[in-house]
Ligand binder design. Structure first.
Ligand code: NAG
Ligand code: NAG
Ligand code: NAG
Ligand code: NAG
Ligand code: NAG
Ligand code: NAG
Ligand code: NAG
Ligand code: NAG
Length: 605
């Protein structure tokens, strides 16, 4: 049982580290609250968590209207009177997986849409973040989510390269001492800390906590301080920026275990998808339709009722464990693990099983199943005491779109920051959308909104250049959300790219990280002018047109026409199946990664 591991850990920790430190990883028992710990609904009566509803209602009534006003002014620069848009469309932003590449690319994109970045605000893209209601991440995108939400909503430069928390990408995630020799003295010290953990999965979370949670800096990296222990996902809700609704509502996506296919690195699309918000671990899949209170996650429950009302667990929702569950730092294919000093030895060092028959063992994170006994006829794990969860992108859905498409959330505009590595040079090719479309149109047809029309194959996606430039989808329908795709792409200027490092790269020098942030930033504020290497001066306005198009549509019983300015933008940036674009219109883009060759044996998603 998971819990006994935690208790063992607590004992070891208490012995070796007198005060604070790793002991804070141990959950504790408390009397159960009077409130229900699990809420159930049906696809037809789908509801979101009441605390989430309250957050969204307050952010949308007190905070977002002012943000729209600062971003759009009176709207005249894009040909509208925004005072006519009484009911602004609800926006969610999705940050894909893709290891540290995705975390850094996502961060660069945030800078470019953040009103607090003066350059972004001056050009006009900065402001989109402030009008968003939701923020979702998976895997590498979940690390970004933790960076933003576990550190008081910092600005990107402070978060990544400053001290809030400072991502310390120069310290390799697995071998931070700069040598891949596990016996290098500082690596040994590091592992002696990490080793206190229970299994490779939680250790993965622990390692992430050095970078994405607060408390670790270059001076204390190898010491015995807590390094993020005790920082809980549910505590996001207590942060002042959250209480004041200054940031969008965060959600992280996690997949079910199931039969994991090592050759495709995937789980079947019909297995449930979960999400972790500060309020609950939930699944809006029709087979589950339930959410469990995050504060008490880890409690032994049956049909939503504590098995012992005096023994509810608190402190299980370590932020490092939540994001470690959404990612798989230690997945290594057998071939990779076999010949290298890397992962296999590391797992031994960590005291975690290296089971050649069951290679997925290191990637599963074990949660006491809060949905035990629920939906027995439809929920595949209803009878399991444990919920075994894996990387949020392992079913092929590289973008965390599921939470944003939940019908009860009513999201009308989705911004997709896509940094998956699908091509040989680690650029996306639309595959994430194809997997999501498949799942949405079959399993989630009743519970989720559909995506707008997109190319039907990743070859088409690439041939049309849609991975080299921002694109809008759903311009000519209102049956689906409007999608703004911001793909990770080579610099529009034709410069050599640094933002497409391999997914398994576990270390970046500070100047490389800065280059990734700046290249992503420049592309995200730049748009494109067909057949050139110049940024589009109209792009920031076009992004506003996209963000506001559903609001325009809703206003005054659909009587406000698109402005001439926005029509022009849409002719250039919308995906139009009747007038396909071509990659040839995006000349001189360099595709090959210009950073140093990586030699990691660890695969990250
Ligand atoms: C941490 O290490 C320092 C110096 O190595 C030592 O003095 C201190 O007692 C240790 N603290 C804990 C909590 O183990
Ligand atoms: C805006 O963001 C970019 C990328 O993170 C950063 O390099 C730049 O310093 C920021 N500019 C300002 C004015 O904050
Ligand atoms: C690093 O963090 C520790 C603990 O928070 C703090 O005492 C120390 O001053 C920090 N060092 C630097 C260089 O910021
Ligand atoms: C980072 O600095 C190193 C060493 O000075 C240099 O070789 C490398 O080209 C720099 N990388 C970038 C992206 O500027
Ligand atoms: C980003 O654009 C600015 C302004 O055009 C330019 O000075 C800077 O060199 C660019 N940075 C990168 C990394 O391309
Ligand atoms: C087709 O799209 C291009 C931009 O990609 C645009 O310039 C042209 O006007 C469009 N043609 C039609 C018939 O809409
Ligand atoms: C990668 O590691 C292998 C085996 O450890 C070594 O032979 C090779 O030289 C390394 N390559 C680089 C680019 O460091
Ligand atoms: C869907 C699925 O395969 N679930 C498995 C998850 O892990 C538990 C415990 O190992 C199995 O019993 C389930 O079958």
């Amino acid at each position: 049982m998971v819990l006994s591991h935690w208790v063992t850990l607590a004992l070891i920790a208490a012995r070796s580290f007198a005060q604070g430190s790793l002991a804070n990883y141990a959950p504790s028992f408390t009397k159960c609250p009077d409130t229900a710990l699990v809420r159930e609904f049906t696809p037809a009566s789908q509801t979101i968590n009441p605390s989430e509803s309250k957050f969204i209602a307050e952010r949308e009534s007190h905070v977002i209207p002012r943000s729209w006003e600062s971003w759009l002014g009176d709207g005249s620069s894009i040909g509208y009177r925004t005072s006519e848009f009484m009911d602004f469309a609800r926006i969610g932003i999705a940050f894909s997986g893709g290891g540290l590449r995705a975390s850094q690319v996502g961060a660069g994109a945030i800078s470019a849409i953040d009103a607090r970045n003066k350059t972004a605000a001056a050009v006009g893209t900065g402001g989109l973040l402030q009008v968003a209601s939701y923020f979702s991440g998976l895997s590498g995108g979940s690390w970004l989510t933790a960076g933003v939400y576990m550190n008081n909503f910092p600005t990107v430069q402070d978060m990544v390269l400053g001290s809030q928390p400072g991502w310390l990408m120069e310290n390799d995630i697995t071998f931070p001492a700069g040598s891949s020799d596990p016996l290098a003295p500082e690596n040994v010290e590091y592992f002696s800390m990490i080793k206190q953990s229970i299994d490779a999965k939680a250790a993965a979370g622990l390692m992430l906590s050095y970078h994405f949670l607060s408390g670790t800096n270059a001076s204390n990296f190898f010491d015995n301080s807590s390094h993020g222990a005790g920082q809980l996902w549910s505590q996001i809700a207590e942060s002042s920026f959250f209480v004041n609704k200054e940031a969008p509502f965060p959600v992280v996506v996690i997949n079910s275990n199931g039969t994991f296919d090592l050759t495709t690195l995937s789980v079947s699309l019909d297995l449930p998808v979960y999400e972790a918000s500060p309020f609950e671990l939930a699944s809006f899949d029709p087979s589950i339709s339930a959410g469990a209170d995050m504060t008490f996650i880890g409690t032994s429950l049956s049909r939503g009722v504590p098995t012992d009302k005096n023994s509810c667990v608190v402190g299980f929702d370590q932020a490092s464990f939540v994001i470690g569950s959404s990612s798989n730092v230690f997945l290594a294919s057998q071939s990779q693990a076999a010949g290298t000093a890397g992962v296999a030895n590391l797992q031994e060092l960590l005291g975690a099983p290296v089971d050649t028959e069951n290679p997925d063992i290191a990637i599963v994170s074990r949660w006491p199943n809060p949905f035990f006994g629920i939906a027995p006829s439809t929920f595949v794990d209803s009878n399991n005491a444990e919920l075994n969860l894996v990387d949020g992108g392992f079913n092929g859905e590289g973008l965390p779109l599921n939470p944003l498409l939940v019908k009860a959330r009513g999201i009308e505009v989705i911004v997709a920051v896509e940094a998956s590595a699908n091509t040989a040079d680690n650029w996306p090719n639309g595959l994430s959308f194809l997997f999501s479309q498949e799942r949405l149109s079959t399993i989630l047809a009743d519970t989720h909104q559909q995506l707008p029309e997109m190319p039907i194959s990743s070859d088409d996606f690439v041939a049309q250049g849609l991975n080299l430039r921002p694109t809008f989808f759903g311009c000519d329908t209102t049956d689906t959300p409007f999608v703004i795709l911001l793909p990770n792409s080579p610099p529009l200027t034709g410069a050599a790219p640094f933002a497409n490092g391999p997914t398994g790269q576990t270390q970046y020098e500070a100047n490389e990280t800065q280059a990734i942030l700046d290249q992503t930033f420049n592309n995200t504020i730049g748009g494109f002018v067909p057949n050139t290497n110049s940024p589009d001066p109209n792009w920031p306005g076009c992004l506003k047109c996209a963000a506001v198009d559903r609001s325009r549509f809703k206003a005054y019983s659909h009587t406000i026409e698109r402005s001439a300015f926005c029509e022009k933008c849409f002719a250039q940036y919308c995906y139009n199946p009747n007038n396909l674009t071509s990659a040839a219109e995006l000349p001189n883009r360099q595709l090959a990664y210009a950073g140093p060759a990586s030699n990691s044996s660890v695969k990250l998603r």
